[in-house]
Design a protein around this ligand. Structure first.
Ligand code: 5GP
Length: 169
């Protein structure tokens, strides 16, 4: 495992994104949605730096088998709130092929939110299979498989406070 992003850098990223979101949603009450499970630590840190009367919700969608995306969206846990007419910010850990969030976007748009934006801690644009551009990105990375700070490999390593590149050695 090779250290890629320190916890301190992650907190700095959250401060920057939190400030941008605070500026962009002044006077609004966004619903800040965590995509379980991987985005949990990022969502928790990010909302500390958003100075708004926000609300939170949680959603769990498709699975990821080993290191290959299935590309199939499956709602394991749906939102608690009705999002019609609301400002929705979806918080994800990483965008890879773009399949998960592009499909989630299509599904959630059917519920007629007032606005729907996406924040991702990490982005791997070189891996896209479908066009998808998050509205806010913490850090763009190369085509690497990363673990830690919520990101898993078969459910392990989510508890690491930093982010590492996973390799077999
Ligand atoms: P996509 O649908 O964009 O291909 O994949 C999104 C999901 O795949 C992410 O939410 C994450 O769960 C998983 N994923 C993609 N790349 C990585 C990676 O480098 N490391 C880990 N741990 N998960 C990844």
């Amino acid at each position: 495992m090779r250290l890629l992003i320190t916890h301190e850098e992650i907190v700095d990223i959250c401060k920057r994104l939190g400030f941008e979101i605070t500026q962009n949603y002044k006077g609004k009450t966004p619903l800040v949605v965590c995509v379980l499970k991987g985005a949990c630590p990022f969502h928790s840190e990010l909302i500390k730096h958003i100075d708004l009367d926000l609300e939170v919700d949680y959603i769990q969608v498709s699975s990821y088998l080993g290191t290959e995306s299935t590309g199939v969206i499956n709602f394991k846990k749906d939102l608690e709130f009705d999002i019609a007419g609301r400002d929705i910010i979806i918080v994800e850990d990483i965008v890879d092929s773009g399949l998960t969030l592009s499909k989630l976007k299509l599904e959630l748009q059917k519920r007629k939110p007032s606005s729907l934006k996406f924040v991702s801690l990490l982005d791997k644009p070189s891996k896209r299979k479908v066009e998808f551009k998050p509205d806010y990105v913490g850090k763009t990375i190369d085509d690497l498989f990363v673990i830690g700070f919520g990101l898993d490999l078969d459910e392990k390593y989510r508890n690491l406070k930093d982010i590492y590149v996973f390799n077999q050695d």
